[in-house]
Design a protein around this ligand. Structure first.
Ligand SMILES: [Zn+2]
Length: 213
């Protein structure tokens, strides 16, 4: 099987999420013995998803996908630290996967924790949790300087998006391997947001998929 292009991969994710939202998901997560034997030999994930650890946002389920389909990296706040860059590099280089989605979600607890830290500095966060908050902090801090500081709900909403953008930019520009793949091999890195209330995934820059439809 040849690897899907980024545009084809996006199309597949959008179709899977539409099935999930409509309740018509086929739950490919439950494989036959034959399928198990097939993917035990090799994996060919058509998309790399960097998402939040939030229990309500499991990538395979919300995209109606199964074993072997997605290479998923989950970390609170879908932040990008060196181990996340390395994971994306590994999958993109090893399997030829051409689509990377940074998937944030509404009402993200990691954004809330960052906001709390900014409103009440010197709190009791552990050093480890702080290493996550510190990566989200610049996005939230910028917004605290605007009118948004008077509307915390709106601030969180904007911060979720800004935090996804930061991760996307970090992946696009923080790795020679990924830059090379973007430039000459069709690798696409896009941001997206999952809504906890509707189940819908909205892609931020979906130009490729729109052009094809
Ligand atoms: Zn979250």
């Amino acid at each position: 099987m040849t690897m899907l292009s980024a545009a084809e991969a996006l199309k597949r994710l959008r179709a899977g999420n539409a099935r999930f939202v409509s309740g018509e998901g086929v739950r490919e997560a439950y494989p036959s013995q034959a399928r198990l034997a097939e993917i035990a030999q090799t994996q060919e994930p058509f998309a790399i998803i960097l998402g939040c650890s939030d229990a309500r946002v499991p990538a395979e389920i919300i995209f109606d996908k199964g074993l072997g389909d997605l290479f998923v990296i989950r970390v609170a706040g879908n932040i990008v630290a060196p181990s996340q860059v390395g994971s994306v590099e590994f999958a993109a280089a090893r399997f030829g996967t051409r689509l990377v989605v940074v998937l944030g979600h509404s009402e993200c607890g990691a954004i809330d924790a960052t906001l709390e830290e900014l409103l009440r500095p010197g709190g009791r966060q552990s050093r480890n949790l702080r290493s996550i908050v510190d990566r989200i902090r610049p996005s939230v801090e910028e917004m605290m300087k605007t009118e948004l500081r008077n509307d915390l709900d709106a601030l969180v909403k904007h911060a979720v998006r800004a935090n996804v953008d930061v991760s996307v930019n970090h992946l696009r520009h923080g790795s020679e391997i990924l830059e090379e793949l973007i430039e000459s091999d069709g690798l696409l890195i896009v941001g997206a947001e999952y809504s906890l209330t509707t189940g819908k995934v909205e892609f931020f820059e979906d130009t490729t998929a729109t052009a094809e439809e």
